[in-house]
Design a protein around this ligand. Structure first.
Ligand SMILES: C[S@@+](CC[C@H](N)C(=O)[O-])C[C@H]1O[C@@H](n2cnc3c(N)ncnc32)[C@H](O)[C@@H]1O
Length: 304
């Protein structure tokens, strides 16, 4: 509903309210915490608007049919799992879609019965509260810095970085052309192009960019999207090229966890002299609406 319609409906409700309750209703509108929940900060409102635009361009699971590896990997998960993108669908949006029957949090354990069990959700993007945590609590002041998001997908890190930081340049590198088109469209529509750039490429072809970057973001980049042998090569490429002293690397999950799943012990042992983990204050996540388990998956390292 747009502003004029919403305003008219509000006025009609006020006109229809019993006169003895009108002052109480107006007082509630002016002062209630229920209303405060709607007064999100301006940056958040822009991010919500981007999410709404992107939802209308994507299937509900926000996975393109061309992403066969991600689809197969999810199907192999021992627990029934669905893709629910945390940037596109916050808890309230998931609740509304469940009410409309377009999404479900549960699956039926024996067909036809009422016995159900919770589905596992996988997100391939940071949520808005995670972006706030990243730019307000994980990273320092980014004035003048070059930030590179490896595998930028919907572009959440680029938009969050534009709105929540003073980074000079935010560059997204994405291997999937369909997602590059979506990001380019969003960057142009919201006027982010003076500080944001999207490159359609495999990160392994971007040596100069990685060598020059001050901050590299790697949110679950490879596991669902490229074969294990290519993941090993990509990690080797990162460790050889991301060497600027003092530069920061953000990963989800920890590097150890990513490499352990590849049984890449030789690469894991090189981390000792290449990077140092910086401890984070996870209790600082904002406004209590971030999922604490996802927040704890965020790790920060500094190049030695
Ligand atoms: C989990 S998503 C990350 C989303 C985004 N960075 C965020 O935090 O919201 C990982 C993305 O990395 C991309 N990707 C995987 N391997 C890549 C590579 N070698 N080079 C560039 N992009 C890659 C995938 O296509 C996918 O869109």
């Amino acid at each position: 509903m747009h502003f004029d319609d919403a305003k008219n409906e509000m006025l009609q409700i006020l006109r229809r309210t019993e006169s003895r309750d009108l002052a109480k209703l107006i007082d509630w509108l002016k002062h209630s915490g229920d209303i405060d929940d709607f007064l999100v900060d301006n940056q958040r409102a822009i991010l919500h608007s981007i999410a709404e635009d992107l939802r209308s361009c994507l299937p509900v699971d926000a996975v393109f049919p061309s992403e066969t590896l991600a689809i197969q990997k999810t199907q192999k998960n021992p627990n029934p799992t669905v893709h629910v993108d945390a940037f596109l669908y916050d808890e309230d949006t998931v609740d509304s879609l469940c009410e409309e029957g377009k999404m479900s949090r549960n699956y039926c354990v024996s067909c036809g019965s009422h016995r159900t069990a919770p589905l596992e959700f996988i997100s391939h993007s940071f949520s808005i509260p995670e972006l706030q945590f990243l730019f307000y609590h994980v990273l320092p002041d980014l004035t003048g810095k070059l930030v590179v998001d490896v595998g930028s997908r919907l572009g959440t890190v680029l938009y969050g970085g534009f709105l929540y930081s003073a980074a000079a340049q935010l560059v997204g590198v994405e291997i999937n052309e369909e997602f590059v088109k979506l990001q380019t469209m969003t960057v142009e529509k919201y006027g982010f192009s003076d500080r944001v750039q999207v490159i359609h490429a495999n990160i392994c072809s971007q040596a100069a960019l990685v060598q020059n970057s001050d901050v590299l973001i790697m949110n679950n980049v490879f596991e669902y999207f490229i074969e294990p042998k290519d993941q090993v090569r990509a990690w080797q490429f990162i460790s050889q090229n991301f060497r600027k002293k003092g530069a920061l690397l953000v990963t989800v999950p920890s590097i150890q966890e990513s490499l352990m799943s590849l049984q890449e012990t030789s690469a894991a042992s090189t981390i000792g002299y290449w990077l140092q983990e910086v401890s984070l204050n996870y209790s600082a996540y904002l406004q209590g609406d971030a999922d604490p388990d996802s927040i704890k998956q965020i790790h920060l390292y500094m190049v030695l």
